[in-house]
Design a protein around this ligand. Structure first.
Ligand code: ARG
Length: 566
């Protein structure tokens, strides 16, 4: 319970041992499963092991130390190696609620990231291809992580590492020059370019020389041939328009759009460095680095001299380290690139740099429909933007039937639709595959984003035009389990955010918000909030308001807008 108190006890005891014995002991402060034993329990094993004195002596010493702290503790008992504390729930609750009310949307702010920089690489779609579900996942997870990290005091730098370079553009340009037509492409750029790309592969089956032409075309791009670069830039601009529609809708932005092409002129230096460190090996004309037993070798340079994805990532990571001075860099990319990032880390390590451990692949799973991989490839190009619009339309219909007189229905529907998609994703631990069901995700009940928005709206309507004095509460009410349960959850907001930041897992916050909303709704079914008795009414309003503060801020951290009405 009551994370703040646990933290104080941990810190207080650790400081005490450090000052008294000049020894660092990591204290465990936990909540016993069985509440009759106490609200907080401190096992003394590590202290006994470190200080090598009789248990009872150390337990008594610790109890004395704790008694010296000014904490809302009613009673302390020891059972064997455990010190159990009984907390003054009423007093503690009042102080938590007031802290939440006075902090507002700063409640839950943490300092664990103070003075540290995190660079995030997310979204990163491939141009001239449609924005895939994988890129949408990366966008939503990356955006949420950025917000979570900022809440924890980190400085962040968000990069959209566009997939705008590579042999596929050679193919695209060859296909365009042979079969393409500008006007036709402009009618529906991504679709038409994808068709050209498919045609290239069909034709290349029959006529393998096309592959050589494509390689040659990419070489020309790498050598900055103006005609080729202009074509490339045109394709890139058209593609970005599609991605931008999605970013605008989701209200997502980046600090940099430097994609793979940006590193074209920065690779030679890295290849030279690999060479001078004796890591490059010649292999059938190509240049590779041996990765040892547990990984296939990394292909650094093709036999025709063309550059590769890993080489560009290597150049990028050094550039970013220098420019953004990151303490950590997060790559929000699907599970299928696990090997790629393992190789990247190992290369950094082999080159003698010490930051490989701070290069983190924030991996995620696939979307499944009926157990099978949902795919936007192979012609059935469902534009993701259209999927988002469908969610918004479903939300609109639902709102229209529940609350036809609502003003601003369009705006509300937009945010409810987005909440459905975003929460439908982020509630799942990112590493796992996700079975996604649009109709379910839009519903106002169940484990959905709209359910959380709806709970917030319910609280907003309870509080509308009401005044209350949170300093005049009926503190004894907090002895009741359903009251105390809620306060306890409110107090866990900060540690929940910190956990999400440490595990790079927005789902930690998503799950927490679901339980918070469930606890509130249970509370609401048990208690009349707007009662006669002034002190009880104050308490109820203050509690409801703090739940609302946490819900709103929690939703914001996931990239979801809270609402006042829906
Ligand atoms: N564009 C790549 C893809 O769609 C993702 C890039 C991820 N970031 C990176 N630095 N490799 O597969």
């Amino acid at each position: 319970m009551i994370d703040h108190l646990k933290q104080e006890l941990k810190k207080g005891l650790e400081n005490y041992y450090l000052n008294k014995y000049n020894i660092e002991i990591s204290m465990v402060v936990e909540e016993p499963k069985n509440a009759s034993l106490g609200d907080i329990s401190i096992p003394m094993f590590s202290v006994v092991k470190t200080l090598r004195k009789p248990m009872p002596e150390l337990v008594n010493e610790a109890i004395e130390v704790i008694n010296g702290f000014v904490l809302p503790v009613l009673d302390i008992k020891s059972v064997g190696a455990f010190i159990n504390l009984f907390v003054d729930k009423a007093q503690l609750s009042v102080s938590i609620i007031n802290k939440c009310l006075s902090s507002g949307d700063e409640f839950g702010n943490s300092e664990i990231g103070k003075g540290k920089n995190v660079t995030l690489d997310y979204s990163s779609p491939n141009i001239a291809k449609s924005f895939s579900i994988g890129h949408l996942r990366s966008t939503m997870i990356g955006n949420s992580l950025k917000l979570i990290l900022r809440k924890c005091g980190y400085s962040t730098y968000a990069i959209n590492y566009l997939g705008d370079w590579g042999t596929q553009f050679g193919k695209m340009i060859v296909a365009y020059k042979k079969w393409g037509n500008k006007e036709e492409i402009m009618s529906d750029p991504i679709k038409k370019l994808t068709e050209l790309y498919v045609k290239f592969h069909v034709e290349a089956e029959k006529n393998p020389e096309l592959e050589d032409e494509a390689r040659e075309a990419f070489r020309k791009m790498e050598l900055a041939d103006p005609e080729y670069l202009e074509l490339w830039r045109w394709i890139k601009d058209e593609s970005l328009k599609e991605s931008q529609q999605i970013y605008d809708l989701l209200e997502i932005d980046f600090d940099s759009y430097n994609g793979e092409a940006f590193f074209n002129d920065k690779m030679d230096a890295v290849v030279d460095e690999l060479d001078s460190k004796g890591l490059l090996v010649e292999d059938q004309g190509a240049k590779i680095v041996d990765m040892g037993e547990d990984m296939p070798p990394a292909l650094i340079k093709r036999s025709d001299g063309g550059s590769l994805y890993i080489t560009r990532d290597l150049a990028a990571v050094f550039y970013r380290k220098k420019e953004y001075k990151f303490d950590k860099i997060l790559y929000v990319v699907g599970n299928e690139q696990k090997l790629h990032f393992n190789q990247l880390k190992k290369l950094i390590d082999k080159m003698g740099y010490d930051f490989a451990d701070n290069v983190i692949h924030v991996n995620f799973g696939l979307y499944l429909t009926n157990g099978k991989k949902a795919s936007t490839r192979k012609g059935n190009v469902t534009k993701l933007y259209d999927v988002l619009q469908t969610a918004i339309k479903l939300a609109y219909d639902l709102i229209n039937s529940k609350n036809p007189d609502l003003k601003d229905k369009e705006r509300v529907a937009k945010y409810v639709g987005i909440a459905a998609i975003v929460f439908g994703d982020l509630k799942n631990f990112r590493g796992l595959d996700v079975e996604f069901n649009l109709e379910q995700s839009v519903k106002f009940e169940g484990q959905t984003g709209p359910y959380l928005q709806y709970t917030g709206v319910r609280i907003a309507s309870i509080l509308r035009d009401k005044e209350f004095d949170s300093n005049n509460c009926e503190a004894a009410l907090f002895e009741k389990p359903h009251y105390f349960e809620l306060v306890k959850m409110v107090s866990q907001f900060k540690s929940t955010i910190e956990k999400a930041a440490e595990e790079c897992a927005p789902s930690v916050i998503a799950k927490y918000l679901l339980s918070l909303a469930q606890s509130f709704n249970k509370f609401y079914s048990l208690e009349k909030i707007n009662v006669e008795d002034e002190k009880i009414r104050n308490t109820n309003f203050a509690l409801a308001k703090s739940v609302r503060i946490v819900l709103n801020e929690g939703l914001r951290l996931l990239g979801i807008q809270y609402l006042d009405e829906m």
